[in-house]
Design a protein around this ligand. Sequence first.
Ligand code: NAP
Length: 470
Amino acid sequence: MAIATTDPTTGQVVEQFDELTAQELEDRLARASAAFVQYRRTSLEQRAGWMRAAADLLEAEAQATAEMMTLEMGKTVKAAKAEVGKCAAACRFYAEHAASMLADEPVDAGAVKAAQAYVRWQPLGPVLAVMPWNFPLWQAMRFAAPALMAGNVGLLKHASNVPRTALYMEDLFRRAGFPADVFQTLLIGSGMVEQVLRDDRVVAATLTGSTPAGRSVASIAGDALKPTVLELGGSDPFVVMPSADLERAAEVAATARCQNNGQSCIAAKRFIVHEQVADEFEQLFAKAMAALVVGDPRDDQTDVGPLATEQGRVDVEELVEDAVDHGAVVLVGGQRADGPGWFYPPTLLTGITKDMRMYSEEVFGPVAQLHRVPDLDAAIALANDSEFGLGSNAWTDDPAEQERFADELQAGMVFINGMTASYPELPFGGIKTSGYGRELSDLGMRAFCSAKTVWVGTGDGGRPTTAHAE
Ligand code: NAP
């Protein structure tokens, strides 16, 4: 895929970028490696100061940055501005909490025959981050803020359709005061990821993107014995039980499915409704989906802008056509409007069966599928009948049902009576083919740290027993 900024609202190419040459890539890897040697010795206070400066810049430049993101991938400017604010908040969160998250953890010295023993969290080195376009600033920032605070060096290979946002990230950290080359953007296509990943100077990788891309990076990293964090696809269930506030659930359902023009990994995608309330919920949900305003993402009134790429719209259309060919019923949307731009309307389908592709595949656009189930057991079974396990939603006021969902939904995250979202305070990630490892919270910070055991003897050598002398 060519590296270019293309406006999804018009389909016009705005700017094309050259991929790094082999020599330029070599220079950047050498600089990253050299930067780490110095950077890991900087204090947490220094890093926190730079991170807060990055937050200040993000806030000061929010409007222009948001417009750049809208130009590159079509999200509404209001959503893009919110994303910039969220990035600034994450920078401040890690600036404030890194010291406690990375503090030495004492161990019972007597139990290990030491005068002193503790775990020290240390940075690994240059980490490759392969990132997607859908939240072009947030996805990269939720890696970068904790990784840089921990003393790592970042190498961003961003999606090929968001090069301006990718270059903005590099510039942002430089202007915030981080030492040169601590965070670099590599303008390379996915075909060059393997070379970077196998390079000895790159010590770990994180990929947020599709499951096939994750499989590829995981297998190369496995062969090269490098740790990875993978945040991959999802087809989150959204279960509605009879005790739920149906009006609220339907309103949130439409937002949860269509936010970011329907292109969110944690969007609710499969709506599973108890048959007792299914007719009423269907009506409310259809009304909420039909009420969403599709249009120019720069207009404040717009809820849903264009899809980010032409191919992305083709993929969505094919999944809807396949479902309809197999008997699904379209309640809302289902046909693209004529005209420029890669728009696709909010769409609601019922009558979904297992032989339809969308039963098991992720739909990366504003298309919701509604299922009816007879009881709680059937709801949980259907929710779990997926290769994915990223987020999940359940709507019920019954505490016993809430407990069942919390315990039994096969997902990295369960949100009850609310929409799945990411917060710096909460671990973010999935199970099954949605990936492994966690971003955000203290787990995200430690993902690219080594837990180094430090043992200080009493002067007699510790005298480990045979059982301990491994
Ligand atoms: P994608 O095609 O997998 O692209 C994501 C990134 O991976 C891009 O930088 C892409 O580079 C690169 N890439 C693609 N194939 C690769 C390969 N074989 N080896 C190495 N790198 C490769 O994903 P997308 O279609 O842009 O994004 C949508 C997907 O991401 C959805 O499945 C969505 O659910 C998932 N996602 C997951 C999360 C999460 O946190 N779990 C968050 C957001 C999105 P190029 O652009 O150069 O091809």
